[in-house]
Write a protein that binds this ligand. Structure first.
Ligand code: NAG
Ligand code: NAG
Ligand code: NAG
Ligand code: NAG
Ligand code: NAG
Ligand code: NAG
Length: 359
């Protein structure tokens, strides 16, 4: 009896599998046809390489814009309330960066992105940590957090971004003349994902000069390295640190993102319904800015493949159209949270073109 049933199920299994695959395919096809406008020449649009959540673009875009207004006004009470809440949980000013003040000699650093053996703070590691938080003023009048979204292409926002007191950029984006009009050229803090160091600079195991030269556009900005998120980040981040310390001049100041801060920040957003594994760099930087700046402006944050006005396709980044590989972040959900903060007058999201400034 038992053997019989197993056999029957065993025979049926390929058919069941085939059927469920079919219905998924049919569903995707149907969904696409309902939502994606077909070009009039009847040639289907290429979309094979798009991530799944991009399928529903038009619907999601309309939903995302539901709460967006260009006529934004800061709501002081809301801003203060949200910032106090964030500061009381996350303490970015004293915690965002690993310092001698928040990390004792001989203590353990616990990785935030994976469970693995903690790292002992040796004398050598302790010695390279800054004494105190490196944010200088700690309250900047205005901050621009510049995401790398394709929405910045042709935005003419460069001048406006440069006018912010403190400019934050993500993952060593290109800043050369081609982009200056749209993204500006001022940087006070820039993050560097170790994967970029591994891919573009041979993990800094070979020549160091290309790395040093590529950092020139950021001047003496803080270079924020997530050295203690995953085990594989640590050695390459330390090599970046020593490269800059030993060979750099007028180069960025390398500091390490604090995994304790990232953990409390993840919890903060998780309590507000964000269920991704961890926040994206963009959300981390926006959160940091909310604690260290009185006015927070976001540029280049728009996770869709079409422009909110005009509906024209936009590339994934302002400088290229590469897909990001990992999908541990839930971009549209993060964006929804930021949009809600925009609506409540806490943070200002800039979409579309910037007006010329005349000062
Ligand atoms: C828009 O705002 C309303 C009311 O605050 C909220 O219920 C809704 O979820 C928001 N929509 C989006 C897409 O954020
Ligand atoms: C140093 O740490 C103490 C508590 O650990 C904290 O109250 C203080 O604000 C920190 N100072 C700086 C400059 O980060
Ligand atoms: C420090 O912050 C205050 C208040 O936000 C601002 O007026 C001042 O210009 C800032 N100082 C520097 C050096 O940026
Ligand atoms: C930005 O560009 C302007 C004009 O091209 C130049 O004067 C300035 O030095 C640049 N600033 C930085 C930080 O590169
Ligand atoms: C930006 O403008 C240039 C020149 O008009 C155009 O070729 C390009 O497609 C535009 N890029 C985007 C993303 O709109
Ligand atoms: C985030 C936040 O505090 N939002 C509040 C903004 O202010 C309005 C009323 O003024 C409240 O309803 C929101 O909850």
């Amino acid at each position: 009896m038992h053997v019989m049933r197993t056999l029957t199920l065993g025979r049926l299994f390929p058919i069941i599998l085939l059927c469920s695959l079919c219905s998924v395919v049919i569903w995707i096809y149907h969904f696409n046809n309902n939502v994606m406008p077909q070009p009039s020449n009847g040639i289907p649009q290429k979309r094979a390489e798009k991530p799944f959540w991009r399928i529903g673009d038009n619907v999601l875009i309309a939903k995302a814009l539901e709460n967006y207004s260009d006529k934004w006004k800061k709501h002081e009470a809301n801003f203060t309330r949200f910032r106090s809440l964030l500061s009381s949980k996350c303490h970015a000013v004293s915690k965002a960066v690993v310092t001698q003040n928040n990390t004792k000699l001989g203590s353990n650093v616990n990785y935030d992105g994976q469970s693995r053996k903690p790292l002992k703070v040796t004398q050598a590691l302790f010695n390279i940590l800054p004494k105190e938080h490196p944010f200088g003023n700690a309250t900047w009048e205005s901050c621009a957090v510049v995401g790398n979204g394709g929405i910045l292409a042709n935005s003419s926002c460069g001048e406006e971004i440069n006018l912010a007191q403190f400019v934050i950029r993500c993952n060593l984006p290109p800043l050369d003349k081609r982009y200056e009009k749209d993204v500006g050229n001022k940087t006070n803090l820039v993050t560097a994902n170790p994967s970029i160091l591994l891919e573009k600079y041979s993990g800094l195991m070979e020549r160091r000069r290309p790395f040093l030269e590529s950092l020139r556009p950021y001047g003496q900005a803080l270079l924020l390295l997530p050295a203690f998120s995953y085990g594989q980040n640590t050695a390459v981040s330390l090599r970046a640190f020593y490269t800059l310390e030993d060979l750099g001049s007028n180069s960025p100041l390398p500091v390490f993102l604090n995994p304790d801060y990232l953990r409390t920040l993840s919890n903060f957003w998780r309590e507000r319904g964000l269920n991704s594994v961890r926040p994206s760099t963009g959300l981390i930087m926006a959160s940091l800015a909310l604690e260290i700046c009185s006015n927070v402006h976001l540029y280049g944050f728009w996770p869709f493949s079409k422009h909110p006005y005009g509906n024209q396709p936009i590339p994934n980044h302002y400088y290229d159209n590469r897909e990001s590989k990992k999908n541990v972040h839930s971009m549209p959900t993060e964006f929804e949270h930021l949009m809600n903060l925009h609506k409540q007058g806490v943070i200002r999201i800039h979409l579309g073109e910037c007006q010329p400034t005349h000062n």
